[in-house]
Design a protein around this ligand. Structure first.
Ligand code: FE2
Length: 111
């Protein structure tokens, strides 16, 4: 995890002064986006856990339990989509990454 000085440096290096993220890099939006990314991590981990538990339930012969776990897992996927949409809306750098057609083409010059 970056400390506050490192975060300021990170944003200064990546966002031009007139960029909206620069205005907010010490403010509430940057902190909120950081929290959203942590929430996203939790949702993704939850999906994997429910998938694993669902398999356990099926292997134990409890398909009714597996169906409930599957339903919960689908809810978690909805949560991932909702949080991702927030990042897409408020983090322009992330939005640009979503818009790229060919992944894996990053270079130093891209920044
Ligand atoms: Fe969730």
């Amino acid at each position: 995890m970056l400390n506050d000085d490192s975060k300021a440096e990170y944003y200064r290096d990546r966002y031009p002064r007139e960029h909206p993220m620069m205005e907010h890099h010490h403010g509430k939006l940057a902190k909120l986006l950081e929290l959203i990314r942590e929430d996203l991590r939790g949702e993704l981990a939850a999906i994997n856990e429910y998938a694993s538990h669902m398999v356990e339930a099926m292997e134990a012969g409890y398909n009714d339990i597996a169906r409930v776990l599957h339903h919960i897992m689908l809810d978690e996927k909805d949560h991932v989509a909702s949080l991702t949409k927030i990042l897409n809306k408020y983090d322009p750098e992330q939005r640009r990454a979503f818009m790229k057609e060919e992944p894996g083409t990053y270079s130093i010059q891209d920044q």
